[in-house]
Design a protein around this ligand. Structure first.
Ligand code: UD1
Ligand code: CA
Length: 449
């Protein structure tokens, strides 16, 4: 049976106080709507339809950049959640199987929870995701008789008795495609808000002799983002979960609360992450790696046994092979460092390849940018780059070659050569002392004046 997901993302998010549409604000380096899309993919959705509205062009291009197969439809006027789902009808033309209604601003619903809803769908036409609310506030209330869901009552339309119900509507719904749209067709807008409520389909289903039920999840999963404060809460919730998962997977975090993961960070078993490490998107760390304190990594791969930091920066395209050492105040970008090579102090290695067991001396810089174009530096294996070498790209350093400290290398160096590219040293006997004496004499002459 196919699965489709309709993700509602048309709302303005006024309380964000932002030029950016709400669902494009990020948690763990990915837009909110992308978190929901990832959950949809995790349950094997064959079709994802995102309903856009405010900031439609920006939301559409983000959705397509992250998931080219996702469809988007625009809801030009926000007339309610049933009206929003209705907009996805043509995109789901001819689709059979279950449709989930999900939300672009509710990133933490777990795939397992949606699987439980699918299981419940075998016995009921409509399944709603509910939660026991600590503070039911203005949520829609679920009216249950045993395991049968009779209706959802919106807070504005609820009687005092109904408002006393604490089992609330998360908004997530699952129903068979044709059924869902047929139920939505019967929804009107004669209510306190004058909106087309998706929640009305429950009473309509019951009136048609169909049954509905609720699956109950932890309230934390239903956390939505409507303000910057809630965005910060969502980030914190994500990080708490990611840290717990890392620990469970056999990763040592010396100070878990100071490590920040991205939505897709992968860290292998028996790796050690020291305090104050930040992962941007697209980082994979193999097992037995040590990431030392205050390092920042994004778009990179670190192989088994490597050591990074403290205070290292790995930028997109950094590929560290096994047992590589990258030390303090080093930046690596779009560069492969082969096994056992060392870049230990104060270096910039960009648009480069460094061969196995090569040693890059302190302060080495690949001068990769001429102001217009980027150029590559290729360094062979077992080379020894002296401290403070400037490698002016494009340039190639052969296997086992050496460079003298302070060299400015502008021409290729053959294998096994020693290259010295700096002014020759000249020593002038006695001149140092004579220079200082004359300066001091000048200073005391000034004072007497
Ligand atoms: C909705 C539910 C309520 C539930 C609550 C959970 C309805 C009628 N009510 O109420 O039972 O407890 O969510 O948070 O469904 N949206 C659109 N287009 C629209 C209207 C809404 O895309 O025309 C999107 C919004 O951007 C938002 C979501 O749907 O992400 C929910 O809409 P909102 O107006 O916030 O519904 P609630 O009043 O919170
Ligand atoms: Ca809401």
């Amino acid at each position: 049976m196919s699965i489709s997901c309709v993700i509602l993302a048309a709302g303005q998010g006024t309380r964000m106080n932002s030029d950016l549409p709400k669902v494009l604000h990020q948690v763990a380096g990915a837009p909110l709507v992308v978190h929901t899309m990832k959950t949809a993919s995790a349950i094997g959705a064959d079709r994802i339809v995102v309903v856009t509205g405010h900031g439609s062009a920006a939301v559409t291009s983000t959705v397509q950049a992250w998931e080219p197969d996702a469809l988007t439809v625009e809801q030009t006027e926000q007339l309610g959640t049933a009206h929003a789902v209705q907009q996805a009808r043509s995109a789901l033309e001819g689709v059979t199987g279950d449709v989930f209604v999900l939300y672009g601003d509710t990133p933490f619903i777990r795939a397992e929870t949606l699987e439980a809803m699918r299981a419940a769908r075998r016995d009921h036409a409509v399944v709603v995701l509910g939660f026991e609310a600590r503070d039911p506030g203005r949520y829609g209330r679920l009216k249950m008789t045993d395991d049968r869901l009779e209706a959802i009552v919106e807070f504005k339309d609820a009687s005092p008795e109904e408002r006393a119900i604490t089992l609330c509507n998360s908004g997530v719904i699952c129903a068979e495609a044709e059924n869902l749209f047929s139920l939505i067709d019967a929804v009107g807008n004669d209510n306190a808000s004058g909106e087309y409520y998706l929640t009305d389909i429950i009473a309509i289903a019951n009136a048609r002799g169909l049954t509905a039920t609720a699956v109950v999840c932890d309230e934390a999963e239903t956390m939505g983002v409507n303000s910057r404060a809630q965005l910060a809460d969502a980030e914190a919730a994500f990080q708490t979960r990611a840290r717990a998962e890392a620990l469970e997977n056999g990763v040592t975090l010396t100070a878990p609360d100071t490590v920040f993961f991205a939505h897709d960070t992968v860290v292998g078993r028996d790796s050690i992450i020291e305090p104050n490490v930040i992962f941007g998107p697209d980082v994979t760390i193999e097992s037995g790696v040590r990431i030392r304190a205050f390092s920042h990594l994004e778009g990179c791969h670190v192989s088994r046994g490597a050591t990074v930091g403290p205070f290292a920066r790995l930028r997109p395209g950094a590929e560290l092979a096994e047992d590589v050492h990258v030390g303090n105040f080093c930046e690596i970008k779009n560069a492969t460092i082969d096994e056992g090579a060392k870049v230990n102090h104060l270096s910039y290695i960009g648009d480069a390849s460094v061969g196995a067991r090569t040693n890059i001396g302190a302060g080495t810089i690949t001068c990769n940018y001429d102001g217009v174009f980027k150029h590559r530096t290729t360094i062979g294996r077992e080379a020894f780059i002296g401290s403070n070498t400037m490698l002016v790209a494009p340039v190639t350093v052969g296997d086992r070659a050496l460079t003298g400290s302070g060299s400015v290398v502008t021409q290729d160096i053959p294998a096994d050569a020693l290259s010295i590219a700096r002014a020759k040293q000249v020593n002038k006997p006695g001149l140092g002392k004579r220079l200082m004496d004359s300066l001091r004499a000048r200073k005391s002459a000034k004072k007497e004046h």
